[in-house]
Design a protein around this ligand. Sequence first.
Ligand code: ADP
Length: 498
Amino acid sequence: TIALDNRLSKPTADFLSRRHKLLINGEWVAAKSGKLFPVYNPATGTLLAQVAEADKADVDEAVKAARKAFDEGPWRKMTGSQRGRLMWKLADLIEQHLEEFAELESIDNGKPVTVARVADVPLTVDMFRYMGGWATKIPGSTLPWSVPNEYLSYTQREPVGVVGQIIPWNFPLLMAAWKLGPALAAGCTIVLKVAEQTPLSALRLGELIQEAGFPNGVVNILAGYGETAGAALAAHDAVDKVAFTGSTEVGKLIVKAAAGNLKKVSLELGGKSPAIVFPDADIDAAIPGTASAIFFNHGQCCCAGSRLYAHKKVFDKVLDGIVNEAKKIKVGEGLDPKTNMGPLVSEEQFQRVTGYMDAGLKEGAKAAVGGHKTGDNNGYFVEPTVFTNTTRDMKIVREEIFGPVVCAEPFGDEDLEKMAKQANDTLYGLAASVWTKDIGKAHKMASLIRSGTVWVNCHNVFDASLPFGGYKQSGWGREMGSEVLNNYTETKAITVKL
Ligand code: ADP
């Protein structure tokens, strides 16, 4: 049975009491297998909901609905302005239900409700509004021939078609918005497979999508497991494109699965992002900045600043400062307004992160703070952790931990090329931050670092207008900004003999 937490607002309690089904072709339906899967609160281990479990048969139905909505439905005959208006309406509805979404994110993912309220939900609203604006602004171009007046050529950008989207659990609602927003703006139809750990906010979003009045089959939402529902969606022959956010390991499986019909693929994968503090940095800003680079969202961000390099002249001060910041973090239940850091999302992540902590200690790293699990044994709580005495071949330095664990290392000289080489010494290339008051140094480092994002004197700063994505094994393509529209459009060149 499901025990409702009495701190939850009535709309959230009402949602949790409803049946949680799959959104296919504008209707909420049970899984064809009749199966349900449990969703737990990671702070307490209590059961939150039983959710319909989609697998291949349901993916087939959802793709069929999306195909029909794309090929025949009203969606592609609607103007960009009509599509944009629906997206704005959806954004307004999400905003009206801000508190409910913040609560759902908190109990499902573990994150503090106070954070979801000011980050996850408003960023989601912004994303739909920003992308709604693009719906009327996806132009082609006319192309000058070398010999004029023989041919007229122009390009036109068309929706790529039916899109399969697979998202992770770290920002359940926001990741849905990053995916749905641009695909809707471009005029695609969608089958969204949400993460099995955190399906709740996307299911609530599905209700609002219905309420906003999107035509049936335009957005289909499936909860289910990766190896079944996710794999079936990535492999489906009637899907034109798959967009995936998650681990690099699964990203490679997606590419293989997509090869069957050579569907288009975009990937937003892992990272091991460096934060580099030069001796001339504003240290009072760099300390809280680099601390939040790793501790925000419990380090469960693909762009988390998990490798900290501080110049030896300032290393001790920076380290002391971050250790101090870590000690100030109140770890606890997300619903408690005093909590700064909630539990990790699941037992599996808890094992993974504590496994890395143990490996670090075993390999000879020193925990300047943290290094262990914490709290009672019901929730997946770990300590904010700073490792020193690390070397470049340690697992904790090379691999993505996806938890609140940073490896801090001093560097000796200020040769920027050398520093960039160290920053780039990773399979990944998602993000980096550079901390300095010297603008020349900042810009030079920004161009030497091979990653999709470089922040200067800040970290984890996002806006719907900024393209985000990775070099190297951090992915293919960009999300957000105008760039993301490339993921969801085909360009057609049309030539007329005059
Ligand atoms: P994490 O390790 O952080 O949970 P994953 O990459 O495993 O990240 O999961 C991200 C998303 O990918 C989730 O929605 C998950 O269900 C899905 N997924 C996992 N394995 C597969 C797979 N083999 N094929 C398609 N999707 C998958």
